[in-house]
Design a protein around this ligand. Structure first.
Ligand code: PMP
Length: 397
């Protein structure tokens, strides 16, 4: 039955992690996989999370099933963080939120919902976009098209080209946008660019589909949700996938949510019922542990303020590393060619190197990044900064 299936190559990014693990060079630097790291190179459990887990252990009395939509308090947390507590869409009950197994689960569930509602729908994704968007969305049978986004040569968003291409998107189309901390480029839309996208969506009739996997890692919780809130203000429909993997460090607990904004409360209920029915056919109900942590942290004032300061700490550390990396690189060569790194946000930026240069960094210096020269800035620290800058400048010639 399954014996004709051929062996697949390992996922490139997982292969990169394995190669890094096997490298015996004590100076090795891992800028590959997208997880936050401390100065010591660890991805720790946040203190607010450890505290919430200790409380859960004391108070949890059952492992019985959660409701189909998951933990109600976690969904409220996700929706309030995304839209803002008093957002009209929430008070008008136009938003249906379900808990999902991580942000990936939200993207896949959204894709199934869209395919169910409209099998002819096309999703427009940015060039480049996060590689996993492709299987997550196409596995549901949806067609993908690309819109230009990042100009690699000039290290900026090519907004004119993006808007021109999106003139082709119409009522059967969704446009996937990264709320903040664009993965892989780190280049985010400005507020006026979000406004222009909102106007275009209104004019053309396409539905925005926003992936918000890094809320709080860019400029702040509210600032990072600017686009989500604006589009929910101005448009009848919006699809939103969120994740607590990064901003609460819950990666393996798979805590995410899918929110759909509909034109009115009745329609929102109908969409929610359809979403739950699709989830039932995929995984029945989501895992509870991570979402219980989200609920407890968000709804316990001391834990919530602790979370906010831990999140601010992660955000500010990354912003500081961006500045330091630019400083070290610029000090080693004449041109200001790396200034853009400090202008970008979140964990990722492209260094703008060729595959040959990336390969040299790996083979000669044990510096690991994906072939497109995307770096996880959080992998930089005081110990490896000078070594890394030396290595990068050496492969430039
Ligand atoms: N969207 C983007 C752009 C991401 O980078 C990630 C995580 N790497 C996700 C969604 C989903 O994350 P998770 O499933 O771990 O919550």
């Amino acid at each position: 039955m399954l014996d004709h299936l051929p062996q697949l190559q390992p996922d490139p990014i997982l292969g990169l992690s394995a190669a890094y693990q096997n490298d015996t060079n004590p100076k090795k630097v891992d800028l590959g996989v997208g997880v936050y790291k401390t100065e010591a190179g660890d991805t720790p459990v946040l203190q607010c999370v450890a505290e919430a887990e200790a409380q859960l252990l004391q108070t949890q009395t059952s492992k019985s099933y959660t409701p189909p939509a998951g933990i109600t308090g976690a969904n409220r947390a996700a929706a309030e963080l995304a839209f803002g507590r008093e957002h009209q869409a929430l008070t008008d009950k136009r938003v249906g939120t379900v808990q999902t197994p991580g942000g990936c689960g939200a993207l896949r569930l959204a894709a199934e919902l869209i395919a169910h509602a409209n099998p002819d729908a096309t999703i427009w994704v940015s060039t480049p976009t996060w590689a996993n968007h492709v299987p997550l969305l196409t596995s549901a049978g949806l067609r993908l098209k690309e819109y230009p986004y990042y100009n690699f040569a000039e290290h900026r968003i090519d907004f004119d080209a993006m808007m021109e291409t999106l003139q082709q998107a119409g009522e059967n189309d969704l446009v996937l946008l990264h709320a903040c901390c664009h993965n892989p480029s780190g280049a985010d839309l400005s507020q006026s660019q979000w406004q222009a996208v909102a106007e275009l969506a209104s004019k053309q009739g396409f539905t925005p589909f926003i992936d918000m996997a890094y809320q709080g890692f860019g400029q702040g919780i509210d600032q990072d949700a600017y686009g989500v809130r604006l589009l929910a203000d101005t448009l009848p429909e919006l699809v939103l996938a969120t994740s607590f993997s990064k901003n609460l460090g819950l990666y393996r607990e798979r805590a995410g949510s899918l929110s759909v904004v509909s034109a009115n409360a009745t329609q929102a209920q109908a969409v929610l019922s359809q979403t739950l029915s699709i989830a039932r056919g995929l995984y029945s109900m989501p895992p509870s542990h991570g979402a219980s942590i989200v609920d407890l942290v968000y709804h316990t004032p001391e834990l919530r303020s602790q979370w906010k300061s831990e999140l601010t700490g992660m955000r500010e550390r990354i912003a500081g590393l961006r500045e330091q990396l630019v400083g070290e690189l610029n000090a080693r060569q004449d041109k200001q060619r790396f200034d853009f790194i400090a202008r970008e946000a979140g964990m990722f930026s492209f260094l703008g190197l060729s595959v040959a240069q990336v390969t040299r960094l790996k083979n000669e210096f044990s510096v690991y990044m994906t072939d497109n020269s995307r770096i996880n800035v959080a992998g930089v620290n005081a110990h490896n900064l000078a070594y890394l800058a030396d290595a990068i400048v050496k492969v430039l010639d």
